[in-house]
Ligand binder design. Structure first.
Ligand code: MG
Ligand code: ZN
Length: 227
């Protein structure tokens, strides 16, 4: 009896792992194609990840407003439902493609491939991808981006990097957002910095507020690169 109950579980687990492995392998292939396509157009592509409500959309709106007239930027935004974020982003005048994922809690490279077809990539300098709010599986899905950026808002507490190490480990930049609220929520900036550094010593660190503009100058320079 013990064998009968154990074996199917093991088989199921193995099959699930096989499915997951081939799914991720297909994603890697597609991400490599996306990356080559973006490079052909001289595009710098940012993949923004965070938990829900960390301020990705607000940061992007403020970023697009700063860049307007200097650089051409487009946005691909993913959400489970609603076009609310896309509507907010469109107020900046930037071209925005919305991906509604339904039940899926992350974007994958195939979705980005299809969304990119709806943008005039040749006319863009920068492309921002606002991932679905989730600190777990977006870490595993390369989208073909140039830079991955993870946001940590002052309202979420300082220990997120320790609780969700993979997403912080694979980031090129970590943004501490909503700095204007840091005092009100008794955010411990020193311990947040320490926690981020423990998981990712190399990432470029930004501390900013899209609302007040604090730290936005430095962020804007990094985003624009050497353009
Ligand atoms: Mg958003
Ligand atoms: Zn997911």
């Amino acid at each position: 009896m013990a064998d009968r109950t154990l074996l199917p579980d093991e088989t199921t687990t193995r099959r699930l792992l096989d499915v997951q492995t081939s799914l991720l392998a297909a994603n890697e292939d597609c991400a490599a194609k996306n990356r080559a396509r973006f490079q052909q157009h001289g595009l710098t592509v940012f993949n923004l990840v965070s938990s829900p409500g960390a301020g990705k959309t607000a940061l992007l709106v403020a970023t697009l407003e700063r860049l307007a007239g200097r650089l051409h930027a487009g946005v691909i935004v993913g959400d489970l439902a609603t076009e609310n974020d896309a509507a907010r982003l469109r107020t900046t005048g930037a071209p925005v493609v919305q991906i509604t994922t339904g039940t899926l809690c992350h974007l994958d490279a195939q979705m980005i491939d299809r969304a990119a077809d709806m943008l005039d990539l040749a006319a863009l300098d920068l492309l921002f991808i606002e991932n679905v709010g989730n600190l777990v599986c977006p870490a595993e899905f390369d989208l073909g981006e140039t830079r991955r950026v993870v946001l940590l808002s002052t309202t979420e507490g300082e220990d997120k990097p320790l609780k969700y190490p993979p997403i912080f480990r694979f980031a090129d930049a970590v943004v501490i957002s909503k700095m204007d609220l840091a005092h009100a929520v008794e955010f411990d900036l020193a311990s947040a910095r320490t926690n981020i550094r423990r998981v990712n010593p190399q990432a470029t660190l930004f501390e900013l507020s899209a609302r007040t503009g604090e730290g936005m100058e430095e962020w804007g320079r990094w985003v624009a690169g050497d353009r």
